[in-house]
Design a protein around this ligand. Structure first.
Ligand code: ADP
Ligand code: GN1
Ligand code: MG
Length: 359
C-alpha cells in the first residue's frame, strides 16, 4: 500500500493527535496490518490500521457488522462483570462520517482499532503459564459470547471449519494441479488418505447432534490474544473476523495446533516438531477453567479430537493453497505453504503417537 494511500485512509478516521509514524505490524496471515503512532502533546496515541483481505472476506460489510456486534456485546459483558471494556476487547475507531469502517469505491475496506497498550503478543509460549493464560482468555471469550444470539452473526466464511469440505477442496486442487506441484506432495496426499476417517470424525459428531453449536472464535492462535506486559495475565482476545457459530472443540483444537507445537508453524526441521504435552495440559486446564463448567461431557471428551482435526485441517488448507498457487495465506517464499503443511502433518503424526496420553 502506498504512503499516499495510507495518509488518505488515515484522514478518514477520528484519531487523536498528529501522525508521527506508520509501519507494517504483526504476523497475521490474512489482513494488512499497520501500527499508527500519533503525537499528542508530549505523548503518543497508538492505533492499529487494517486493510481487510477481500480475497478471504467476500462480504466485508457483513464481516464488519459481525465485529461491531461482537465488540459491543463483549463490552457490555465485560462492564457488567466489573472489567475494563476499553482494554479487554477491541475498540473500533469511528470515521469522520460516523461509520465504523472506511470503504473506497466498494472495493477497499479499512478499519482502525485502539492499540492495546502495555500488552505483548506471543508467537510461542515461553512457559506453560502463558499458554494457560491464553486458554483462560479463549474460554472466557466463549463464556461472554454465550448470552449472544448466534443467529445474529453472518457466516462470513461459509463452512470455515467443515473439515470434510476442506478435504474435498484439497482433492480438487490436487486433481486440477494448476501449478504442477502435485507430484511433489504425493506423500502428504497419501498421509491424508490414510487418516481420512479421523478427518471426518468431529463433523459427524456435530451432524449427529452430539455436540452443540456455540458462538466461537474459530481462529484461536496464540498470537490472537494479547497478554499484559507487566502481569503476564491475558488481556484481550483479538482477530474477531471469524467469530461465528462453531464448536468449542475446534477453538480448543486450533490453539493446541499452533501453541502446543514445540516448534513454529512453519518449522522445516521436522525433528523439532512435536506435541508438547506439558503445554497441552496447561491449555486444557486453562480452557476448562475459562469455560467454567459450560462444556458438556461429550465436548470435553472430544477436546483431543479437536486438536487432531484442526491440525489435519490446517495442514490440508496450507497444502491446498500451495497447490493453488498461494492465493489465500500470506507467504514469505515459494515453498512456505508446503513447509507449513508438512509441519502440521508432522505434528499430527506425533499426536497420533501420543493419542492415549492426550485422551
Ligand atoms: P490477521 O487476521 O491478519 O491475523 P490480526 O487482527 O490478528 O490480523 O492482527 C495481526 C497482528 O496485529 C496481531 O497478531 C497482533 O500482533 C497485532 N494487533 C492486532 N490488533 C491489535 C490491537 N488492537 N492492539 C495491539 N496489537 C494488535
Ligand atoms: C489465519 O489470520 P490469522 O493469521 O490469525 C487463518 C486461520 C489459520 C491460520 C494459520 C481467516 O489466521 O484460519 O488457522 O492463519 N485465518 C483465516 O496460521 O483464514
Ligand atoms: Mg491473527
Amino acid at each position: 500500500m502506498s504512503d499516499q494511500k495510507i495518509f488518505e485512509v488515515l484522514k478518514q478516521f477520528r484519531t487523536e493527535g498528529v501522525l508521527k509514524e506508520v509501519r507494517p505490524y504483526g504476523n497475521g496471515h490474512i489482513n494488512q496490518t499497520f501500527l499508527v503512532v500519533n503525537t499528542v502533546g508530549d505523548g503518543v496515541h497508538r492505533y492499529i490500521l487494517q486493510k481487510i483481505n477481500r480475497n478471504v472476506f467476500r462480504n466485508p460489510d457483513q464481516l464488519m457488522e459481525n465485529i461491531i456486534c461482537v465488540t459491543d456485546h463483549m463490552k457490555y459483558e465485560i462492564e457488567k462483570n466489573g472489567g475494563d471494556p476499553e482494554r479487554e476487547t477491541l475498540t473500533l475507531i469511528s470515521c469522520r462520517d460516523g461509520k465504523r469502517y472506511y470503504v473506497i469505491e466498494e472495493r477497499e475496506y479499512y478499519r482502525m482499532y485502539e492499540f492495546v497498550e502495555d500488552s505483548i503478543c506471543l508467537e510461542q509460549a515461553e512457559k506453560p503459564e502463558q499458554f494457560y493464560e491464553s486458554a483462560l482468555a479463549f474460554g472466557k471469550f466463549q463464556g461472554r459470547m454465550t448470552s449472544f444470539d448466534a443467529g445474529k452473526l453472518h457466516e462470513v466464511i461459509p463452512n470455515f471449519h467443515h473439515t470434510p469440505m476442506r478435504y474435498d477442496a484439497l482433492q480438487r486442487a490436487a486433481e486440477l494441479d494448476a501449478l504442477q506441484r502435485a507430484s511433489e506432495v504425493r506423500e502428504e496426499l497419501s498421509f491424508i488418505e490414510s487418516v481420512k476417517d479421523r478427518i471426518f470424525y468431529c463433523q459427524r459428531q456435530l451432524e449427529g447432534g452430539r455436540i452443540p453449536i456455540r458462538v466461537t472464535h474459530n481462529d484461536t492462535k496464540l498470537n490472537n490474544v494479547l497478554m499484559d506486559a507487566v502481569t503476564g495475565k491475558s488481556k484481550c482476545v483479538i482477530d474477531l473476523d471469524t467469530v461465528m457459530p462453531g464448536i468449542s472443540v475446534f477453538d480448543f483444537g486450533d490453539s493446541i495446533r499452533f501453541g502446543a507445537n514445540a516448534a513454529p508453524e512453519d518449522e522445516t526441521d521436522l525433528s523439532k516438531v512435536y506435541l508438547d504435552t506439558t503445554l497441552y495440559e496447561a491449555y486444557r486446564e486453562g480452557y476448562l477453567e475459562g469455560c467454567a463448567g459450560r462444556l458438556t461431557v461429550r465436548e470435553v471428551e472430544l477436546l483431543p479430537h479437536g486438536a487432531l482435526t484442526m491440525t489435519f485441517e490446517c495442514g490440508m488448507r496450507f497444502l491446498t493453497d500451495y497447490l493453488e498457487g498461494d492465493v489465500y495465506f500470506k507467504t514469505n517464499h515459494a515453498a512456505h505453504n508446503l513447509e507449513r503443511a508438512r509441519c502440521q502433518f508432522a505434528l499430527a503424526k506425533d499426536m497420533l503417537l501420543k493419542w492415549d496420553q492426550m485422551r
